[in-house]
Design a protein around this ligand. Structure first.
Ligand code: KG4
Ligand code: ZN
Length: 330
């Protein structure tokens, strides 16, 4: 089964062609990071305009690189939410136009299902599994008892973990997106700054706004005393506290639900500090982390999720398919 997929929920315009939910024949990702970094974050209106400019070229390149003729495509899969509405609409309408003009069925796919299924490129998923979703917009612990069956055990009550990373980076002037920079600097620093307790007890929920405000206040206090912030130490202290809470709640969920596999998903899954802690601490179940190139937004993951979604329910959408900024994963 050959699926052409489209992802445009935030600031990456991406089209991919994937065979049988595993073999990535092409995965073109046009990133807008350089444009948005001047503003310190994604500007939604600019993002949708850039998607319009890039989408046709990305389609053409994905088709060319895959060597696949459009008449051999069996299904079109497109992210229809959640995300920035203006951005989603470009991908959804481009996907609908392609599907309609080539007489191919179309399915809308949840963006987070895509991040989760990025893991299936490397390994076949084994159930029950626990998935830690950590992105710029989401932080969730999910239980999957079978393919395309998602039970949310907990989620962030406020900021997503990627959002907290980006805010910390911004507070000390590290640029956007801050996550990867904080991650690099954390390896040069020591745990010299005390961070608040963000464990929320036995709950599977998370909260990152407290630690974010703590870092902002800490930096302002140091600056008011005309002292220097030790940025690597700050990054190390922040990263240790955040990764500890993510990993310890994951371990508890793995035990409680007798999981056979643990996977991580989303942009923050690229975090080396988090990956190190996972490989040291989670040793009793099979751990899968996505390949780096499939951690941040890309269309290949949407094709794979679309494949398993279709296998499960054999449902397709019609031309009324639309983008939805908020959407429950189910
Ligand atoms: O999944 P993603 O590409 O977009 C959303 O769906 O949100 O995630 C982007 C987020 C950004 O907040 C970025 O700072 C963060 O992932 N990120 C990282 C790392 N690489 C990307 N955060 C921490 N460490 C990293 N190495
Ligand atoms: Zn994402």
């Amino acid at each position: 089964m050959i699926i052409l997929s489209v992802e445009s929920s935030c600031d990456e315009t991406s089209v991919s062609i994937v065979k049988n939910g595993k073999e990535v024949l092409s995965n073109i990702v046009l990133s807008q990071i350089d444009i948005h970094s001047a503003y310190g974050g994604v500007v939604p209106e600019i993002a949708s305009r850039e998607h319009i400019k890039g989408i046709t070229m990305v389609f053409e390149q994905a088709l060319k690189e895959s060597g696949i003729d459009r008449k051999d495509i069996d299904l079109v899969a497109v992210t229809n939410g959640p995300g920035l509405i203006g951005s989603l609409l470009i991908g959804v309408n481009a996907a609908k136009a392609f599907a309609f003009s080539n007489d191919i069925e179309i399915v809308g796919v949840h963006h987070i299902a895509g991040h989760i299924y990025a893991n299936a490129i490397k390994e076949d998923l084994v159930f029950p599994l626990i998935c830690l979703v950590v992105s710029g917009g989401h932080t969730e612990l999910i239980l999957m008892k079978e393919h395309y069956d998602f039970v949310k055990l907990g989620e962030t009550m406020d900021d997503a973990v990627g959002e907290a990373y980006d805010k910390v980076a911004r507070t000390v002037g590290l640029g956007y997106p801050g996550g990867p920079i904080v991650d690099e600097l954390a390896f040069e620093g020591k745990l010299n700054y005390k961070m608040p307790n963000i464990s929320l007890g036995d709950s599977y929920n998370f909260s990152f706004s407290g630690i974010k405000s703590h870092v902002i206040n800490l930096v302002h206090n140091i600056q008011q005393r005309n002292e220097e912030v030790n940025i690597p130490d700050l990054c190390a202290s922040f990263q240790e506290t955040v990764s500890e809470v993510l990993v310890s709640k994951s371990i508890r969920a793995i035990k409680e639900y007798n999981a056979k596999m643990f996977i991580i998903a989303g942009g923050v899954a690229a975090n080396k500090g988090l990956r190190n802690k996972i490989s040291k601490r989670i040793t009793n179940v099979k751990v899968v982390v996505p390949l780096f190139e499939y951690c941040t937004d890309n269309a290949a993951m949407i094709a794979i999720a679309g494949y398993y979604q279709y296998l499960k329910n054999h449902k397709t959408d019609d031309m009324s398919l639309n983008g939805t900024s908020r959407m429950v994963l189910k």
